[in-house]
Design a protein around this ligand. Structure first.
Ligand code: NDP
Length: 241
């Protein structure tokens, strides 16, 4: 008989006001955890989720947000670094700002929240870090040199963290979604969407909840011995990458 997985933990999801992040937040809430999300733009959140304003490119705003979460829910035990942006264009047209701004949000932003959360986890002698990467991090994608570099960087971050703090009851994993129906993908031209659909073995796009369930599982007791892993949620698009 399996034991009941942990509940009542302090969970923080960055960029949890919409899309995949919001689905993840709702999943943890349904699991009985205390859930907070960061948002930049004001949005209505479901009852029971604490919203804290923060921009992952701004360390001071993150610190203020963490203080609010710690006061309300205690130190963050489950961190989901989900906030992310795209600025797609082909290499010849990609400016240095197009590159560094995406890295600053997706990769350095994840580092900033990790750095802020980790002391609390070390003190607790337990913690779960989940980085939301992308299939294109390891598969590659034309027009996404900035984005794929930022997303593959998260794999190195999770693996180094695993080697550094794996003995402290802390796990760090990467969830790599494929094509998920959110605002981010709705922006893509129809031709691009059709191209993706043709190459996905599952023959469909996924809903954010399908990613959220995997995140909840990897952050749970059942997955306590999994760390430094890259878990694809991509309908077979990236197989082996
Ligand atoms: P959305 O564009 O729907 O949402 C992005 C979220 O990130 C929003 O909550 C946004 O906040 C937040 N965000 C962006 N920049 C910052 C910032 N500087 N500081 C704080 N928050 C920020 O994206 P998705 O839900 O689709 O994507 C979520 C994650 O999943 C991203 O990391 C993305 O790269 C990844 N992903 C998505 C896939 C997809 O198919 N949709 C596939 C693979 C990976 P605000 O509302 O304030 O703008």
């Amino acid at each position: 008989m399996s034991e009941q997985s942990a509940t009542g933990r302090s969970v923080l999801v960055t960029g949890g006001n919409r899309g995949i992040g919001l689905a993840i937040a709702k999943e943890f809430l349904a699991n009985g955890d205390k859930v907070a999300v960061t948002y930049r733009s004001v949005t209505e959140l479901p009852e029971g989720i604490l919203g804290v304003q923060a921009d992952v490119t701004d360390e001071a705003s993150l610190d203020a947000a963490f203080k609010q979460v710690e006061e309300a829910h205690g130190p963050v035990e489950v961190l989901v670094a989900n906030a992310g942006v795209t600025k797609d264009t082909l290499l010849l047209r990609m400016s240095e700002d197009d590159f560094t701004s995406v890295i600053d949000t997706n990769l350095t932003g994840s580092f900033r929240v990790l750095k802020r959360a980790i002391k609390g986890m070390i003190r607790l002698r337990k913690g779960r870090v989940v980085f939301i990467s992308s299939v294109v991090g390891l598969y590659g994608s034309p027009g996404q040199i900035n984005y794929s570099a930022s997303k593959s960087g998260l794999v190195g971050m999770a693996r180094s963290l695993t080697r550094e703090l794996g003995s402290r009851g802390i796990t760090a994993n990467v969830v790599a979604p494929g094509f998920i129906n959110t605002d981010m993908t709705a922006e893509l031209p129809e031709d691009t969407q059709k191209g993706y659909l043709a190459s996905i073995p599952a023959g469909r796009f996924a809903d954010p909840e399908e990613v959220a369930r995997v995140v909840r599982w990897i952050a749970g007791d059942e997955a306590a011995y999994i760390s430094g892993a890259v878990i694809p949620v991509d309908g077979g698009l990236g197989m082996g990458h």
